[in-house]
Design a protein around this ligand. Structure first.
Ligand SMILES: Nc1ncnc2c1ncn2[C@@H]1O[C@H](COP(=O)(O)OP(=O)(O)OP(=O)(O)O)[C@@H](O)[C@H]1O
Ligand SMILES: Cc1ncsc1CCO
Ligand SMILES: [Mg+2]
Length: 274
């Protein structure tokens, strides 16, 4: 049983410092969503300081959108592993190019990840399955539907066992597994895929929750994913009411995380456990 309410309470009470080595496309949104959740962001990514910087934080987020910073991620990740600090990976476009396939392989060999959050194409690629996606968005052919859900649960749980951490596949249905228990979340809205960075922001949020409750990473990841979905719905309600577009939606999404209450989260989340 995941206590969503307690996890949200803890992230606000503990205000974890989260270090992100992340891409320049969405870096500002990642910093702001960590702040919205009650955490504190550090975007230090220079290879000359990441080992030092990671010593003072509660979680490290490595985002492969910053493909030029893979060496820094390996160094920071190894240091975080030594310190017992949670490390979260966003395998942006993991199967898209040879450089990304090799980088993902190298990261998984060198660093032990507490959690990996990617879209369906990225998770399929990490699992060694045929994936249609080549850019940063999931391919329609890979997207999890009600019909393909049983197979997706197997893939996600199998990969979780292989890496010894949590795998979170996002999309219309979110599938989260630690290899034994698997949660399926049915929140969110299609507009979330019409802004860049909802995935990057979600991975940063996972970093904040893992930093706040390192002893229960499954609850941390599930709560971050649930919060993002419920907040996506709140931002969509505003968009429909105000007739705004994706730029305002992005701001409303961050505002929704800032204003999210424990009651709104527990009443709004739609999930099942496998
Ligand atoms: N069609 C949809 N219906 C409901 N929720 C969605 C939908 N598409 C995306 N989401 C939600 O959007 C968030 C980001 O997931 P997504 O899989 O789009 O990430 P991503 O492809 O890595 O994004 P990016 O790389 O642009 O940051 C998750 O919370 C997910 O549940
Ligand atoms: C668009 C884009 N390109 C590299 S990273 C990124 C952010 C979404 O993954
Ligand atoms: Mg992404």
């Amino acid at each position: 049983m995941v206590d969503f309410s307690n996890a949200l309470h803890l992230v606000r009470e503990r205000a974890p410092l989260v270090q992100c080595i992340t891409n320049f496309v969405t870096v500002n949104d990642c910093a702001n969503i960590i702040l919205a959740a009650g955490g504190s962001p550090s975007m230090a990514h220079d290879i000359r300081e990441v080992e030092d910087a990671v010593s003072g934080v509660r979680a490290l987020v490595c985002n492969m959108g910053a493909i030029e910073d893979i060496d820094a991620m390996v160094l920071a990740g190894k240091r975080a592993n030594q310190l017992g600090t949670p490390v979260v990976l966003d395998p942006v476009a993991a199967g898209g190019t040879r450089l990304r396939r090799e980088s993902a392989k190298r990261l998984l060999e060198k660093v032990r990840f507490t959690a990996i959050r990617g879209n369906a194409s990225e998770i399929r690629s990490l699992a060694g399955q045929e994936a249609s996606g080549s850019g940063v968005d999931a391919a329609a052919a890979d997207t999890v539907s009600q019909d393909s859900l049983p197979a997706a649960v197997q893939t996600v749980a199998g990969l979780a066992r292989r890496i010894g951490g949590i795998i979170a596949l996002s999309g219309p249905l979110d599938v989260i597994s630690d290899g034994e228990q698997t949660m399926v979340l049915r929140n969110g809205c299609p507009t979330m895929a019409r802004i860049t960075g909802s995935g990057c922001m979600l991975t940063s949020l996972i970093g904040a929750f893992c930093g706040a409750m390192p002893s229960d990473p499954f609850a941390a990841v599930c709560t971050a994913m649930a919060a993002m979905g419920v907040c996506g719905e709140a931002a969509e309600a505003r968009r429909l009411k105000n007739g705004t577009g994706n730029a305002t939606f992005r701001t409303d999404l961050i505002d929704a995380v800032f204003n999210l209450t424990e009651k709104q989260l527990t009443e709004g989340v739609r999930y099942e456990i496998y």
